[in-house]
Design a binder for this molecule. Sequence first.
Ligand SMILES: O=C(O)CCC(=O)C(=O)O
Length: 304
Amino acid sequence: MHTHHYAACEDLNDVMAEIERLGLEKQVMELDAYGFTVLEGILDDDTAATARQAVADICERQTDVKPDFEKGDSHPDWRLVPYLMPRHPVFQEILLNETSVALMHYLLGKSAQLSSMTCHFKGPGDGGQLPLHTDTGMPAPLPPYSQVANINYALTDYSKEGGCLAIVPGSHKWARNPEPSEIFLDGPAANPNAEAMEIRAGDAVIWHGNMWHGSYPRRVPGLRLNLAVYHVRPYWKVQERYGDALPQDVIDRHGNNPVFRQLAGLNEHMGWMEEGPAFLDQKNGGYKADGAETLRTGRNSWQS
Ligand SMILES: O=C(O)CCC(=O)C(=O)O
């Protein structure tokens, strides 16, 4: 690939240069063609193990039950373990993974924000199915370009029997959510177009927001842990509250990193009160000296 420098595509030039630097051309092609791509070994073994243990510890505090990775009957079916990003440095490291950031910028523009970082924590049980859905919560027809995007890290090995992620390749082009009769992954009405993502711990799948996906119930002993890192364009409501609500230690650690600032809502300029928009000079009128730069973070979305 030869990176271009088109005057009309200032931000897109940057995004494409980063795709080229990281050698992600095949992944971009698969995202466009099939709506998803697998990122093998995106986390090294230590990072995956640290994240797995951190999720298990948080789940133990949430449920008052120690996760039993052998049998899994400590946590049957599935439960959501929310708000992970601020709760351990390893989750902030994963958010800032350069492959993830480059592909999120490709899908959503450089003004993408983190909406939530959660774990679908799954043990054996018939109730462990997550029916097929898209993450684009708006009426059909869904816009053809990604409004939202998800990257799903395997923190344990994934298998169909083990309750892994399922996707319907190509469904991002259908521009609609599945009908009630199309959502099942289990039983006689199971959707025949669903594919099991049988990836290894440390791998991830990233997908276009219109993609149909869900996960199978777990039918073998043990626990299946993912890390669902859901991003949105900046005009979407985010699911989890970050920005000024982040713990001070997280702001101290990452507050000078422009990529983190944008992803974690530290550049947010909506929600003003008497003080008005942060980029406007209330006293003298017009823009503040750095106001134009502040506004740029909102402009990129439809430019890249
Ligand atoms: O891995 C899973 O359990 C599926 C997660 C999912 O459906 C989602 O993050 O929207």
